[in-house]
Write a protein that binds this ligand. Sequence first.
Ligand SMILES: Cc1cc2nc3c(=O)[nH]c(=O)nc-3n(C[C@H](O)[C@H](O)[C@H](O)COP(=O)(O)OP(=O)(O)OC[C@H]3O[C@@H](n4cnc5c(N)ncnc54)[C@H](O)[C@@H]3O)c2cc1C
Length: 544
Amino acid sequence: MCHTVAVTERIDHTLRGRWTPSTAELPPHALKLLRQRTGLGDVRTPARAPEVPGSSLAADARTALDAVVGPGFVRVDRDSRLGRAGGLSYLDLLRQRGDGDLAVPDAVVLPATPEQVTDVLRVCAEHDVAVVPFGGGTSVVGGVAAVRGDKASVIALDLVRLDQLVSVDPVSRIAVLQAGLPAPEAERLLAPHGFTIGHVPQSYERATIGGFAATRSAGQASSGYGRFEDMVEGVRLATPVGEWRLGAAPASAAGPDLKQLVIGSEGAFGVLTEVSLRVRPRSVVERYEGFVVDGWERGASAVRRLAQRRVLADVTRLSDVDETEVSLSLAGGWKTAALKGYLRGRGLKEPCLLVLGWHGASEAEVKRRRRETVRGLRAVSLGKPLGEAWRHGRFNGPRQRDALMEVGVCVETLETATHWSRISRLRESVREALRDALGECIVMCHISHAYETGASLYFTVLAARDADDPVGQWQVAKAAAGEAISGVGTISHHHAVGTDHAPYLEAEIGALGVAVLASVKRTLDPTGVLNPGKLIPGGIVSGG
Ligand SMILES: Cc1cc2nc3c(=O)[nH]c(=O)nc-3n(C[C@H](O)[C@H](O)[C@H](O)COP(=O)(O)OP(=O)(O)OC[C@H]3O[C@@H](n4cnc5c(N)ncnc54)[C@H](O)[C@@H]3O)c2cc1C
C-alpha cells in the first residue's frame, strides 16, 4: 500500500526548478562571505512562471500511445509536462525561473513494463514523435531537455512505473532491477536480502538505476564500490527496432564489449528497462574521518600514492584550499573558529581537507583497512566528528543551491578527469578560465574519485548572477571551462554529455568516434526518435 502511494506521488510530481519544496535560508555569515568574495548585491531576480505552450501531440499518436500504456498514463496537462521540462543544471533552473527558452514535452508517457516501453518506441517511430527517456530528471547536462529535433512532437518517457526488483541471485551476487527505481528504493528492496549497490552520488535521493547506467554515473564511494558501469552485469534495452539483451557472463572474449556501448548511451540508442547489477553484502561498520593536508600538491600526491598502493578508503575526497576555507567559513560557529586556530597552531599554512570513509563487515576489518590507508599519509587527523559531519551533510549540496539561487548567485558545478601528471595543471587552468570569464568569483575544487593513473576534479563556482543576461553569463563561463579542459582532461567524468557537452565530444573521441556512434544509432534508431540533440554532436541523426 505504502509502496503504491510512493509511486503515485512520484508520477504526480511537479517539483521542478529546485530540489526541495522549501528552501533553507542562507545563514547571515554565508551571505556576508558571498558579498565579500563575489560582489553579490541585494538585487533579487524573482522567478517568473515559464511559458508552457499547448501540446502538439497529434490525436492519432495519442490514441496509439493510450492503447499501449492504458488510460491515464498519457498526460498532456500543464503540470505533468512542466514537471518533466528539463533537468537540474543551473541553466535548467534559470529556465524554470523564466530566464531563457524552456523546452516542454508535448506529453508525459508512463509505461509499466519493458514490453510497453518497446511498444511505445514503435508507436513513436511510426508517428514521428521524439522520445526523451526520463528517470529521476537529475541530469545536469541537458540530458532530459525536451528537444524535438526534426520531429513533429516530443514526449517525456517517464520510467517511474518500472520500479520492481526482478530477481536476486545470492550465490552470484547479482540483482536485476527495473530502470525506474530511485536509488533509495532500490536499496530498500535489496536490504532484506543483505545486499547493497553501494552507489551513492550526491543526487542519490532522486536519481534512478536506469539514469545511472545511461550516464556512467560515479558515486561518492566509487573508490570502494566502483563506478556504476563497473557494477553492471547485464542490460535489457528497448529500441524502436526491438529488444536487445546483453551480459551473458561475468567476462567474455566474444568480441568488443557491446554492453559498454549501451552503458552511457544517454537514451540515444534505446531505453534501459532492466539492469543486472553486481551487488555487495551490506556493511556492518562504517567509519568516516577528517584529515588535513598542508597544500594541494601534497594532498594530491597523497591521494595518488593511496590509489597506486591500492589502499584507498571507500570514500576518498580531497578539497583544495579554497573549498576547505569556504566550507569551514560556511559552517561558522565557535568550533570552526577553534579548528582554524588549531590548524594555524599546527603550522598548516594551506589546509586542504581530506575526508576518508571505510565500510566493512566488522570493526576489525575497518580498523585494518584504516591502518593501511593512513600509514605514511602525513596528514593531521581531525577525527571522526569532521568525517561524520561530512557524511551527515553529503546530500545538502542541492538544497544549498536552491538557497543560493534565491539570493541571486550564479552557482555552477563542473567535473573532469585527467592523469596524475596533469592534474594540477588542469585544475589551475580551469580556475583561471572561470575567473577570467566571471570576474569576481569563488572557485572551489576537490578530487572526488581517484584511480591508479589519475583522478577526477570537481569544481564549484559561485559568482553574482548577471541579472540582465544570466544565461549569457553561464554560456561564457561554460565555454571558457570547456576550452580549458579540451585536450587535457575529459569533457565529463560522470555527468555525461547531454546537450551541453555535445559540442566538445568530437575533440575528445575524434570524427571517427562520432561516426561510430552515429552508425550505431542509425542501426538501433533508424528514424532518429530517441533523445535528439543528446550525446551525438551535430544534433539530429536520422534516416539511413
Ligand atoms: C545535485 C546533483 C548532484 C549530482 N551528483 C552526481 C554525482 O555525485 N555523481 C553522478 O554520477 N552524477 C551526479 N549528478 C548527475 C545525475 O544525477 C546523474 O547523471 C544521474 O545518473 C542521472 O540519473 P537520473 O535517473 O536522474 O537520470 P535522468 O536525469 O532522468 O536522465 C539522465 C540521462 O539518461 C537518460 N536516461 C534516463 N533513464 C534512462 C533509461 N532507463 N534508459 C535510457 N536512458 C535513460 C536520459 O534521457 C538522460 O539523457 C548530480 C546531479 C545533481 C542535480
